[in-house]
Design a protein around this ligand. Structure first.
Ligand SMILES: Nc1nc2c(ncn2[C@@H]2O[C@H](COP(=O)(O)OP(=O)(O)O)[C@@H](O)[C@H]2O)c(=O)[nH]1
Ligand SMILES: [Mg+2]
Length: 446
């Protein structure tokens, strides 16, 4: 972990041309740097119009701001220099500040200091990065809620409950031999049951929000010749994959980034799933299964004209557990029966004529879109979901142990583990590895 004694500097705005560019400084030397750079004494939280000077000349004129510790973003003394948004000017200014005793900041170091100084917890620090990187309005709203501490306070509330339950169990542990003190642990067990219910809801909202955290992967799969490549071309709006009446044409995985509705997604066209002796096609089929194992949404295409009655045999065991599946019954232009009835997870289309494609797009959007209960969606990362699942498993262990009549020590140990799961999420206890990973994903200057 970097030493907190250093004063750090970085350009906070994107490099390139811009109306304004901002250089930010954080650390103990900030005030001295302000004075040396501007010749003025800073007034906390008051903008001053100043000349930023190097030893030889004026670099630029602009606005300087000074924040006293701890009332700043990082919790340390901070200055912000707003100058014209020229890359050259900003670099000159940074060089000057370095010569005055600061060093260039690492990615995310301002936010890391905010975390280390207790201004924000780890979930909020992650929300800062998510807010900067978000791909959709919905993601932005949700990240802002996390930054406001909505998710953290849910986690903290639950932690409190579990903590109280643990105290009850440990109190019972402390009086094992005193016969007349009969400590009833049922209130603790009831609390745990209630926590498990709440945890299930939080996990569901976190799973729903995970899709906001990354570009969802939409995998198009099915038997050869079903019309998969036609479908990816339709969704991209141009010919990306080769379409042919010859089965086994697509062998390589084809990936396209497209905007579906409000969302940027990665679309993947795969080789038709069939047994084959052709080594190249077989490799293609293996890659199809691999793609299915990481899919968020599977569009399983079937040639509906071949057998209008048969249900689609989706290769479930190859598909990732949380993936949403939509069966695309294609080639209805060739079907004799034309009383098509879409269901929740089935859409009848003809990629060739375009019939039903509007419905398919709506269905995909509905899966990607989680407008219904936006408020509850948690912009979760896999790290959070894993930790919440571990809390859940440990709480379940407590109930099992109690039912089996195992010793109170066993229950107490599972409670301890459950609590550590909460602490991992908010960063109360976190290894340097986790912190390093979180902050290295930030851009410089944040
Ligand atoms: N009549 C009809 N033919 C289609 C339709 N969709 C695809 N095809 C044809 O089916 C064949 C296989 O299509 P392709 O997209 O290569 O299938 P893939 O093997 O699943 O990728 C091609 O000859 C397409 O022109 C459709 O909706 N109606
Ligand atoms: Mg194909």
């Amino acid at each position: 972990m970097p030493e907190n004694n250093d004063t750090i500097v970085a350009v906070a705005t994107p490099l390139g041309r811009g109306g304004i560019g901002v250089v930010r400084v954080s650390g103990k030397k900030s005030k001295a740097i302000y004075i040396a750079l501007t010749g003025q004494v800073p007034i906390p939280r008051q903008a001053q119009y100043v000349s930023f000077k190097s030893s030889q000349q004026i670099i630029d004129k602009g606005i300087a701001l000074y924040f006293e510790a701890p009332a700043s973003y990082s919790g340390e003394e901070v200055i912000e220099c707003h100058v014209h948004g020229s890359r050259v000017l900003l670099e000159m200014l940074v060089d000057e500040i370095v010569s005055l005793g600061a060093r260039i900041a690492n990615p995310g170091e301002f936010t890391e200091r905010a975390f280390l100084n207790g201004k924000i917890d780890l979930v909020q620090a992650e929300a800062v990065a998510d807010l900067i990187d978000c791909n959709s309005k919905k993601a932005a709203r949700s990240a802002l809620q996390s930054l406001d501490g909505v998710f953290s306070s849910k986690v903290k509330q639950l932690r409190e409950e579990v903590f109280t339950a643990r105290s009850l169990i440990e109190a019972a542990l402390d009086f094992p031999d005193e016969e007349d003190v009969d400590i009833d642990i049922h209130p603790a067990i009831e609390k745990i049951e209630k926590c498990l219910t709440e945890l299930t809801i939080i996990l569901r909202n976190a799973e729903a929000g995970r899709i906001l955290d990354h570009n969802p992967t939409v995998v198009i799969a099915g038997l050869p010749n079903a019309g998969k490549s036609c479908l990816i071309n339709f969704l991209c709006g141009y010919d990306s994959a080769i379409v042919s009446a010859e089965a086994g044409t697509t062998r390589d995985i084809i990936r396209e980034k497209v905007l579906l509705g409000d969302f940027a997604v990665t679309l993947i066209d795969t080789a038709g799933l069939r047994e084959t002796n052709n080594a190249i096609e077989k490799e293609g089929v293996d890659r199809s299964y691999k793609a299915l194992s990481v899919a968020d949404i599977v569009l399983y295409v079937v040639d509906n004209s071949l057998n209008e009655k048969a249900g689609a045999e989706i290769p479930d065991k190859h598909i990732s557990a949380g993936a949403k599946k939509i069966i695309v019954r294609n080639k209805i232009d060739l079907c004799k029966n034309n009383a098509f009835k879409n269901t929740d997870n089935e859409v009848f289309v003809s990629v060739k004529t375009g019939a039903g494609m509007g419905n398919l797009l709506e269905k995909i959007s509905a899966v990607l879109d989680i407008t219904d209960n936006d408020e509850d969606i948690i912009f979760a990362r896999q790290r959070h979901i894993d930790a919440l699942n571990s809390v859940k498993d440990n709480l379940k262990q407590v109930l099992i142990a109690e039912e089996k009549g195992l010793g109170l020590e066993v229950l107490a140990e599972s409670m301890r583990l459950a609590l550590s799961g909460f602490d991992e999420i908010t960063g109360r206890t976190t290894t340097d590895d986790v912190l390093g990973k979180v902050f290295s994903q930030f851009c410089i200057g944040k």
